[in-house]
Design a binder for this molecule. Structure first.
Ligand code: SF4
Ligand code: SF4
Length: 264
């Protein structure tokens, strides 16, 4: 069965209702935490590395592998499953998820999936968010009586904060397949990955290279970037847009531009 086979072809809104309950006593408890591919968002890595007391480099090395999107060549961090026959999640125990309050956004959404449609509006490309059910045969949560709307499920699972922090980064994913978007070079893929997930390395890149001499970044932002990982990943999304030429999100200092002009 392919992943698409479990997606119910019904477009849901925030008001759509469904019945579902996931709890320790259910016979499928933890069945959904094996043999899956979980794409991590930048905020997932920030939360998990903090939870585990690791640096971003240690977390990435131990718990992720990199996958390049076939169409866009964008690099993503995927959660590395155990290398046993069941491909269990490394955070899974018989009692459940050991990182539950910091679990990735994809685990929070389940059994709801989220998609975005691009459409041409009168002021350019507009994005239309929608939801859908993922109904896997092993999941008995649908037989339970607790009723939700998509909105109340999102609130209960704490996805709003994840979506808010990841919003700018997600807009890069939405626009990745737009016509004329070129394949990324290897060096851009490395920078893309660093700015998305490897916060400690990205911070060193900003503060220990020529970066702040080249780009015009206000003092308040610079101070936040020193200590705040959420600021850093949001700034990282701007940096990715700049290097992939999606948007002019960063400004090169006037004196640097003048020096370049003189050189030319
Ligand atoms: S992170 Fe937790 S909820 Fe997500 S797959 Fe792993 S064990 Fe399951
Ligand atoms: S399979 Fe469904 S009901 Fe069972 S533990 Fe996973 S999400 Fe919960």
């Amino acid at each position: 069965m392919s992943k698409l086979d479990v997606v119910e072809p019904v477009k849901l809104s925030l008001d759509s209702k469904f019945k579902f309950r996931c709890h320790k006593g259910i016979k499928c408890f933890t069945r959904c935490c094996s043999n899956i591919d979980i794409l991590l968002t930048p905020y997932d890595v920030v939360r998990l590395k903090k939870r585990l007391g690791m640096s971003s480099e240690e977390f990435i090395e131990k718990y992720t592998y990199m996958k390049n999107d076939e169409k866009s060549s964008h690099p993503y961090a995927m959660l590395k499953m155990n290398e046993d026959a069941e491909r269990k999640c490394p955070f899974l125990t018989p009692e459940g998820c050991t990182v539950y309050t910091d679990r990735p956004a994809n685990c929070r959404y389940y059994p709801i999936g989220q998609g975005t449609l691009k459409k041409q509006g009168k002021d350019g490309i507009e994005e239309d968010e929608f939801y859908f059910f993922v109904r896997e045969p092993h999941c008995y949560g649908y037989h339970e009586k607790k009723q939700w709307t998509v909105a109340s499920w999102r609130e209960d699972q704490g996805v709003d904060e994840y979506d808010r922090v990841n919003r700018e980064w997600k807009t890069i994913q939405i626009r990745k397949n737009l016509p004329g978007h070129p394949e990324l070079s290897e060096s851009k893929q490395i920078q893309f990955f660093m700015a998305s997930y490897d916060t400690d390395r990205f911070r060193r890149f900003i503060f220990e290279s020529n970066f702040l001499n080249v780009f015009d970044i206000d003092e308040e932002t610079v101070e936040k970037l020193r200590t705040d990982d959420v600021e850093l990943i949001q700034f990282g999304a701007k940096y990715i847009k700049y290097i992939t030429m999606l948007e002019e999100t960063l400004k090169v200092k006037d004196e640097v531009l003048k020096a370049r002009e003189k050189k030319d």
